[in-house]
Design a protein around this ligand. Structure first.
Ligand code: GLY
Length: 359
């Protein structure tokens, strides 16, 4: 979510409770948050993690994994649930549209055991973008299809076209359009004519769902799906369908996926970097925090507040093949979804900065 944080609060810095001395990247980690809950190996590693909006999805994927489903089958099935949810305005059906009022979806899948991936970008009129991405992986010699070509491919595969813009999303878009600025011919509606539900969307959003699955054999796959930045320029593609940015899975190491401001994640290929840091010995938590720090260093001044903190949010969800996991977020508080032998829950993410409490 684009959420310019208050600039009046001091950065929240708390020395890590865990000892990082033995870890080769330790020098890069001074001055950050939280105990590392991702260092203990899980004896029963079947596990699904997701962005916070994927809690039910993790439960569904976990059941499928226990029934022996392939990790990518389970992750796609889980994301399909979120794509079907009209109340999630960041993904699939009901997602917020581009500046023209048209919903455009991005999605990618990656199968860790075979290191194969597929993706679609700027896909219109088809709600199950992750399923289409999976077919790009399985039934083409390509990895990414976009726009009209992605749509024609989906239709050829039997997907049905539909209008993805729900009434709720249309009203939110219309209000944004009417209040965009004084230099066009749209006039703001009287406030008493604005649906109260619309008012909570006054800030632009970049919600997304990411789901990662680990089975008992230590195989990992993951999926990311989104309607992208609300009211984006038509054709804008974020990080979600870009392998290495919006997601990455490596059969030897684990996976990572992202939500938040895609433009901040694209240049550094944050998901690839996180997995490579884990390969080098970092825990999921250590790797995720290091990627966030690099993003901060690479952020242009126009996107930083007067304390040098990004005016946007970005999150990573990391899952190691031995069951360790972490969610990290530029801004806290933040949570992520986990389902494993201990049940389904939202866990606190670690991060770099604290938002001020709501007044
Ligand atoms: N991370 C989603 C997007 O920027 O489109």
């Amino acid at each position: 979510m684009h959420q310019p944080p208050s600039t009046s609060r001091r950065t929240f810095l708390q020395e890590s409770a865990c000892s990082l001395a033995a870890w080769p990247w330790a020098g890069l980690l001074h001055g950050t948050v939280t105990a590392d809950s991702s260092t203990t190996q899980d004896p029963t590693p079947v596990k699904v993690i997701a962005s916070e909006n994927g809690l039910d999805a993790t439960r569904h994927a976990y059941k499928l994994l226990l029934q022996g489903a392939d990790t990518l089958d389970a992750a796609v099935a889980a994301v399909t649930l979120v794509e079907d949810d009209p109340n999630d305005t960041s993904v699939g059906y009901g997602g917020l549209p581009n500046e023209d009022g048209v919903v455009e979806l991005d999605a990618a899948v990656m199968h860790g055991p075979t290191h194969r991936a597929g993706a679609v970008a700027a896909l219109r009129n088809i709600r199950h973008a992750a399923q289409v991405a999976r077919l790009v992986m399985e039934q083409t010699d390509h990895q990414l299809l976009v726009g009209e070509g992605a749509l024609r491919f989906a239709i050829a595969q039997g997907f049905k076209e539909e209008n993805l813009l729900t009434e709720k999303a249309r009203k939110i878009w219309l209000y944004w359009r009417q209040t965009r600025g004084p230099s066009d011919d749209w006039l703001p509606p009287p406030l008493d004519k604005v649906d109260p539900e619309v008012r909570q969307y006054f800030e632009r959003h970049t919600g997304t769902v990411h789901v990662a699955c680990l089975n008992a054999a230590g195989e990992v796959s993951c999926v990311t799906s989104t309607s992208g930045l609300a009211f984006k320029i038509a054709g804008r593609v974020g990080d979600s369908p870009i392998v290495g940015a919006g997601l990455y899975a490596d059969g030897q190491v684990g996976s990572c996926g992202s939500t938040g401001r895609g433009e901040a994640n694209l240049a550094g290929l944050g998901s690839f970097l996180a997995v490579e840091l884990m390969r080098g010995g970092a825990s999921p938590l250590e790797a995720g925090l290091e990627v966030l720090r690099r993003v901060v260093k690479q952020t242009p001044a126009r996107l930083l507040d007067e304390e040098g903190r990004p005016r946007f949010d970005l999150k990573y969800f990391l899952l190691a093949k031995d069951g360790r996991h972490a969610g990290v977020s530029m801004w806290l508080p933040a949570r992520y979804a986990v389902t494993d032998a201990n049940g389904s829950r939202l866990e606190e993410a670690a991060g770099l900065y604290h938002r001020p409490p709501k007044q």
